[in-house]
Design a protein around this ligand. Structure first.
Ligand SMILES: Cc1cc2nc3c(=O)[nH]c(=O)nc-3n(C[C@H](O)[C@H](O)[C@H](O)COP(=O)(O)O)c2cc1C
Length: 314
């Protein structure tokens, strides 16, 4: 698959649903990923609309799956590809939250590079008739850095792109992402595109990572939640000041899009986590946040946001 100097919205459970992805694509993100979805759940209970829903404006999109064994992941992959035709299916080998580790899936599998290869191989085989590539998102290892062994197994299995968050799974988000390892991966991946992910905070850092590592894609995660304009900043090579009123307009737009696939009140609850991020760096943030967080319904939330916008002069 071809990926050339792309800036990509990183998958983030709870944040990167269809509404946010669409807005980020319109602001300049080149590619998006869904958040991780459980393969067993997809096979036995069907897809969850809030997670699987996407529109053509979001393409290219990778639908991300996680699971325990090759057969299940391959079966779930076929199911979502037949129905939704994403540009790629991505397999999550990075997440290490308790629930996922207990299921011996995702980040847990970093301890078993051979099994990671088997999962990719089986999924590649299953998706061949659909011409849909399989990509993987990984970390350096679980307790120790075994990147070379992991990469070798994935490449042998026919992976079409690898996204690396260069931390150990046991680190969670502590310490710093080691982008030297993205460069190392690029050196062994041959023609397979390599995407780096971790700690990007500004458009300048995106440029730096492309230059320093030679990678094919740079993902932006947490920084995009508080500043989705980072994608435009990168394209225009300049910082953009976004007013409080513009930030509120963004939230209202996002909410409207969320209602296509989210129950109304649930969407209003879900968006609160992002609102506090979007208010980062705004004067009087604590007070604004407090007012928004206390709202008990969509009506109250929207009234509050409109009042704050009005008072800010927007
Ligand atoms: C709240 C949150 C949820 C995440 N969910 C996922 C996920 O569903 N799938 C995945 O591959 N990575 C997930 N990640 C990891 C990010 O994609 C990314 O690799 C990581 O946050 C480092 O990049 P950043 O420093 O730009 O945020 C998540 C990260 C955060 C903060």
């Amino acid at each position: 698959m071809e990926i050339k100097r792309e800036v990509i919205l990183a998958p983030m459970a709870g944040y990167t649903h269809s509404a946010f992805r669409r807005l980020c694509r319109s602001l300049g993100a080149d590619r998006v990923y869904s958040e991780l979805m459980n393969a067993t759940g997809i096979i036995h209970r069907g897809e969850e609309k809030e997670l699987i829903y996407f529109t053509d404006e979001e393409r290219p999109i990778h639908l991300q799956l996680y699971g325990r064994n090759p057969e299940e992941i391959a079966e779930a992959a076929v199911k979502v590809v037949e129905k939704y035709r994403p540009e790629a299916v991505d397999i999550n080998f990075g997440c290490s939250v308790k629930k996922v580790l207990k299921a011996k899936a995702a980040g847990y599998l970093l301890q078993f590079p051979k099994e990671m290869g088997e999962i990719v191989e089986e999924t590649v085989k299953a998706l061949k008739p659909y011409n849909t590539p399989v990509t993987a998102k990984i970390r350096l290892g679980f307790y120790e850095d075994t990147l070379e062994e992991i990469a070798e197994n994935l490449l042998k299995a026919g992976v079409s792109a690898i996204a690396l968050h260069p931390r150990l799974a046991k680190q969670g988000f502590s310490g710093k992402a080691d982008w030297k390892r993205v460069k190392d991966l690029k050196a062994i991946a041959g023609d397979v595109p390599v995407i780096g992910s971790g700690d990007i905070k500004s458009w300048r850092e995106i440029d730096e990572k492309f230059e320093e590592t030679g990678c094919d894609g740079v993902m932006v995660g947490r920084a995009a939640v508080s500043n989705p304009w980072i994608f435009t900043e990168y394209r225009e090579k300049r910082e953009i000041q976004v007013s409080l009123a513009e930030r509120i307009d963004f939230i209202l737009k996002e909410l409207n899009l969320m209602w296509e696939f989210f129950e109304k009140e649930k969407a209003c609850k879900a968006i609160k986590a992002q609102i506090s991020q979007l208010f980062k760096g705004i004067r009087g943030k604590a007070r604004l946040n407090d007012a928004v967080m206390r709202s008990k319904s969509c009506r109250e939330l929207i009234e509050k946001l409109e009042e704050i916008k009005f008072l800010s002069g927007g």
